[in-house]
Design a protein around this ligand. Sequence first.
Ligand code: 5GP
Length: 218
Amino acid sequence: MTSLPHVPCPVVLAAPSGTGKTSIARALVSGWDHYVFSVSATTRPPRRGERDGEHYHFVSGAEFQDLIDRSELVEWAEVHGHLYGTPKTAIEGPIGRGRHLVLDIDVQGARQVRERVPGAVLIFVFPPTARDLVARLTGRGTEHADDVRRRLTNARAELSAAEDFDYVVVNDDLSEAVAAVRAIVSAEVHRPGRAADLTFTVERLKAEIDEELAARTA
Ligand code: 5GP
């Protein structure tokens, strides 16, 4: 054990869409079982291959409004014409079970998490270049030209928010970006403020030292 027992981190990965932050989030949760993906609710229709409850909870506009009215979302935002939000249940369960929750959300949502979820670690993911961003947005083959333009315009505006984040990671190479996020989380869990019971550990070590001292003066 290299860290004290600690309170897990909600890890927020925010970025303009097309930056590859979903790939980073998926790699974390599939590679290490102490990471768990926060499944958002959205009014966006599923893309090919997306499964309800795994990629998103796909809901109607009325169902989403109901979640808002019943205060069941930690944060929510309208992104590219659809509503997206993080259910409170996504946060409470994994953290109670000691796992790091990975939130793949937009910049507006990250700002709300900053205010409402103490201890969240906010990581802004950059594309290496604008050309890479365009390649990823068009390469998906699921977006229309208007949609790509809208996402690029949003990306331009969102980049200015990076200064308010705790960390910035460039997603040039996926495995390096994942390693960077893991290094950040590793550093975070070594912060004294995240230790589950620092005072207890300090007192225990002091008592042990007192015993050693007593043995040496006897
Ligand atoms: P996509 O439709 O491409 O899956 O996601 C569009 C954008 O919505 C991405 O930036 C994604 O991270 C963001 N997003 C996904 N889930 C949430 C959420 O629960 N809250 C917020 N604020 N944004 C989300």
